[in-house]
Design a protein around this ligand. Structure first.
Ligand code: F6P
Length: 347
């Protein structure tokens, strides 16, 4: 056996809901690792399932070429959470399997690209002794500890374009148009697309709305001869579940105002397709920085954006927290004064 030290070997796993920019991050990690540090890169398939089932492949420079602009993830993803307690008697100890396979695959470090759930898993794996680095991604922009995740800007473009298109048809028919955008817990996408698209009412998961206040805002607009209104609704607004948020709000508006109302549910279109230039750049910066942390042996960290600076914070600080829209956000305060209705007492 030769005495030559083998190259540092790193694994990349992409987990949770996909978003535009993941491939740009994989490329950022892979190219920096191979070209700058002479590392070997292993791509793990289908999120943490790939670590449990040992499904992986070596990523060389060729596989990393041509993926910068491609949406989704070339590695595949899943919502597998290896730390979720199972009640089945036949259940296997998944964290133990992951530790075993990490060793068998000869990994020196693992880069976990994902949202809140993935960062929580990454934090657990780090506590269990694996050398882990997290890279935050999600269209929801709700990962605690970073000013922005990649995926958000691309989804914002799509949602804003959809709202822009609703304006013309709403105006032609003099209707109320309700559009539901993604965001179970955090309303960043609804807030930003609502403001960028000139929404008249914006409903966020963080705000307990009152449908009578929404109706009052819409009637007031009609009295002021506004021929139509746009209502932007986050999917996670607080209401009795069982229906979609958009349909629920559209029906409630019809009942309360008698105005002709239609709903649009944007759905997975927001998560698909090519990343925006800003997301490509952010994902590239995150990917390169993740490898720099590995080279410095600074593990148990999540790369983050603070202002316009890339830095990192301990994964243990991130796991299990959410970055929600604060109601004292200056953007909310300022747009309220411009007539935007958030469905609460502030209006
Ligand atoms: O990735 C975040 C997110 O897009 C949420 O906004 C959305 O509710 C959720 O994922 C749905 O994902 P899936 O149906 O893939 O579990």
């Amino acid at each position: 056996m030769s005495n030559a030290k083998r190259a540092t070997r790193i694994g990349i796993v992409t987990a949770g809901g996909d978003c535009p920019g993941i491939n740009a991050a994989i490329r950022g990690v892979g190219k920096t690792a191979i070209l700058e540090y002479g590392m070997e890169v292993v791509g793990i398939s289908s999120g943490f399932l790939g670590l449990i089932n040992q499904e992986h492949t070596i990523l060389d420079e060729n596989q990393l070429s041509g993926i910068l602009t491609v949406g989704g993830t070339i590695l595949g993803t899943s919502r597998e959470n290896p730390f979720k307690k199972s009640t089945s008697l036949l259940s296997v100890d998944k964290p133990k399997l992951i530790r075993k396979h990490y060793k068998e695959m000869g990994l020196d470090a693992l880069v976990c690209i994902g949202g809140n759930g993935t960062m929580r898993t990454a934090a657990h794996l780090s506590e269990e002794g694996l050398n882990v680095i997290g890279i935050p991604k999600t269209i929801d922009n709700d990962v605690w500890g970073t000013d922005q995740t990649f995926g958000f800007d691309s989804a914002l473009w799509i949602a804003t374009e959809a709202i822009d298109r609703l304006h013309t048809t709403a105006n032609s028919h003099k209707r109320i148009m309700v559009i539901e955008v993604m965001g179970h817990h955090a309303g960043w996408l609804a807030l930003y697309s609502g403001i960028a698209g000139g929404g008249d009412v914006i409903l966020l998961p963080e705000v307990e709305f009152d449908i009578d206040i929404v109706a009052k805002c819409l009637k007031r607009r009609a009295i002021h001869k506004k021929p139509y209104s746009i209502v932007v609704v986050a999917e996670g607004i607080p209401f009795k579940k069982g229906d979609s948020a958009g349909r629920y709000i559209a029906d409630a508006i019809k009942t309360k105002t008698g105005m002709e109302t239609r709903e649009t549910i944007l759905g997975y279109i927001q998560r698909g397709g090519s990343p925006s230039p800003m997301d490509r750049v952010l994902a590239t910066r995150f990917g390169a920085s993740a490898v720099e942390l590995i080279a410095q042996q600074k593990f148990g960290q999540m790369v983050n954006l603070e202002g316009n600076k890339i830095s990192s914070i301990p994964l243990s600080d991130v796991g299990g927290k959410l970055r929600l829209v604060p109601m004292d956000l200056p953007l909310i305060h300022k747009t309220r004064k411009m007539g935007v209705c958030f469905g609460d007492e502030g209006n």
